[in-house]
Ligand binder design. Structure first.
Ligand code: PGA
Length: 257
């Protein structure tokens, strides 16, 4: 954790839950469970079709912000099936997850991700850029893939915007698998990411970027991965759908823990 920056926990609901009734009660229960914590930044990112309803529940919350799981970079036009930044802005969405491996698997490439990221920052929102290797090789070749994802994702981003950039390191093999890297591996990756950012920008600007870990985070491994991994928080998938588990993960990163 860096000094002066609050830990960040993002709940990525993915394509869950099944109905708006369940989604609103989940949001209500999370809101009640976390109470008025002011030392962790918390974001929930429901499917976009639920944004209006979840916004109605969270709109007076100073504790939980809203995010979406992807976006289109254009404001409006002939883009069938897409949703734009101004459309979600109306619902106080402040965070946009970009380049998640499940979207990359559908064909989203680094250029598209960079367009979305640039548009997100231009709108004054925070971009959560997901990066991560599909598998690790003994020789460490996967590191050059990670570096490419970071550099390509941040093309054209000026250093003054970096406080609105979050990098989520999510090894694809750890997502939804119950497997995680060791805390030491995560720590090394954090240093590697910081080094790339420092090469791209001045070090004191590079340090404004929050680095999260994501992939099978739960209430049992959160504290160890947070402290040992020296990350600034987590991007949580499956566990963010369970109120108590999500709450416990949040509690495990509190500075007062
Ligand atoms: P998981 O997903 O926590 O279910 O592994 C993380 C993610 O994909 O963001």
């Amino acid at each position: 954790m860096k000094k002066g920056i609050l830990p960040l926990i993002v709940g990525n609901w993915k394509m869950n839950p099944l109905s708006i009734t369940i989604a609103t009660s989940l949001a209500k229960n999370i809101k009640t469970a976390v109470g008025k914590i002011d030392d962790v930044d918390i974001v929930i990112a429901p499917p976009t079709v639920y944004i209006a309803s979840v916004h109605a529940i969270l709109k007076h919350s100073k504790t939980i912000a809203l995010g979406v799981q992807t976006i289109h970079h254009e404001k409006l036009g002939a883009f069938t099936g897409e949703i734009s930044i101004p459309m979600v802005h109306e619902f106080s969405v402040r965070y946009i997850i970009l380049g998640h491996s499940e979207r990359r698997a559908l064909g989203e490439d680094d250029v598209t991700i960079n367009e979305k990221l640039t548009a997100t920052l231009k709108a004054g929102m925070t971009a959560i850029l997901c990066i991560g290797e599909k598998k690790r090789d003994e020789g460490g070749l996967y590191l050059s893939g990670i570096e490419k994802q970071i550099r390509a994702g941040l093309v054209g981003v000026s250093r003054t915007k970096l406080s609105h950039v979050v990098i989520a390191y999510e090894p694809v093999w750890a997502i939804g698998s119950g497997m995680t890297p060791t805390a030491e591996d995560i720590h090394e990756m954090r240093l590697f990411i910081e080094k790339i950012l420092s090469d791209m920008y001045e070090r004191n600007y590079a340090q404004k970027v929050r680095v999260l870990y994501g992939g099978s985070v739960d209430e049992k491994n959160a504290r160890e991965l947070f402290v040992g991994g020296t990350v600034d928080g987590f991007l949580v998938g499956g566990a963010s759908l369970h109120v108590k588990t999500f709450r416990d993960i949040i509690m495990s990163v509190r500075p007062t823990h």
